[in-house]
Write a protein that binds this ligand. Structure first.
Ligand SMILES: *Cc1c(COP(=O)(O)O)cnc(C)c1O
Length: 290
């Protein structure tokens, strides 16, 4: 199944603030098993299949690209899927479009309290959960684990590893960035644009890789996860208009807006060849026309 989805990923060249950018269009992989989520799920689904699982259980709610991708992948495999979700998100009517879609794909919702949801990574909670769902292969929130990182190493082709000296990517949990780092050559720099506020992601990624040819900035997160500013939204509309490449406001929009700022400040003059990873996630696009 995964072999038939991702074949050749096109690179698209654009002129951007006086520079040449190459965009790796992972958004074109699949409308819902989209972008980096395809790579994060691939080896997890293959491992689950090899172990005889036919049910995948994960976490996350409103607008999560990981939920959309997991629900679709499970449906393609003919498996059950379940997501643990905070009760108040399910209480909202109508159901937001991501959850409605996941539900259509057959995903079951198990709602828990906010307090319980907070324990989602604790070993005790996970053990109890596995007890409750003995037939389920459990994926963490956002889907980041060792197999996800392994899959994300395949985002970069042998050509990409030769041609580019700067690789840019949006960061949520850091799993995708870690895959890029692990695949990279020492002469390459990997630059992560965080969708969240704070430097905890730098600490997290340091735990996941020994390499140090990378950096994460939260300067362009617009105050935090899923937050936006009028300037960001204006940038996204103008970008889409000029290049006919769709973005969304949580990840890829912030990355390219941040990159435009850095180029305008001449911060990347020493970088000759820049590759930008379009991580997809367009099902979560919420940009009203100006
Ligand atoms: C999930 C997601 C990310 C973040 O990926 P991580 O591996 O969690 O850092 C980036 N971009 C898009 C479009 C996403 O959906």
């Amino acid at each position: 199944m995964f072999d038939t989805i991702a074949q050749e990923i096109p690179l698209q060249r654009i002129d951007f603030y006086g520079r040449e950018l190459w965009i790796k269009r992972l958004d074109l992989v699949h409308p819902y098993i989209s972008g980096n989520k395809f790579y994060k799920l691939k080896y997890n689904f293959l491992a689950a299949q090899a172990q005889g699982y036919q049910h995948v259980l994960t976490f996350g709610g409103a607008y999560s690209n990981h939920i959309a991708a997991t629900a679709f992948a499970a449906q393609l495999f003919g498996w059950k899927s379940t997501t643990i979700i905070r009760g108040e998100e399910l209480a909202q009517r109508p159901l937001n479009s991501t959850l409605a879609l996941a539900h259509e794909m057959g995903m079951q919702f198990q709602f828990v309290s906010r307090e319980m949801y907070r324990q989602k990574s604790s070993p005790e909670f996970l053990q109890d959960l596995q007890h409750e769902y003995p037939d389920a292969y459990i994926l963490p929130e956002g889907g980041t684990n060792a197999l996800a990182i392994q899959g994300c190493q395949e985002i970069l082709s042998a050509d990409d590893l030769h041609q580019f000296d700067l690789i840019c990517c949006a960061v949520g949990t850091g799993g995708t960035l870690t895959g890029l780092i692990e695949a990279s050559h020492p002469h390459q720099q990997i630059l992560g644009f965080s969708a969240l506020k704070g430097d905890f992601l730098t600490q997290d990624v340091k735990q996941l890789t020994m390499k140090r040819n990378w950096q994460i900035t939260d300067e362009f997160c617009c105050g935090g996860y899923a937050k936006t500013t009028p300037e960001l939204l204006t940038f996204i509309r103008a970008f889409e208009d000029q290049y006919q490449i769709p973005l969304e406001q949580v990840y890829t929009g912030k990355m390219l807006w941040g990159l435009s700022k850095m180029l305008q400040r001449n911060e990347l003059n020493h970088k000759k060849r820049i590759l930008v990873i379009h991580t997809g996630g367009l099902q979560g696009r919420r940009i009203a026309p100006a």
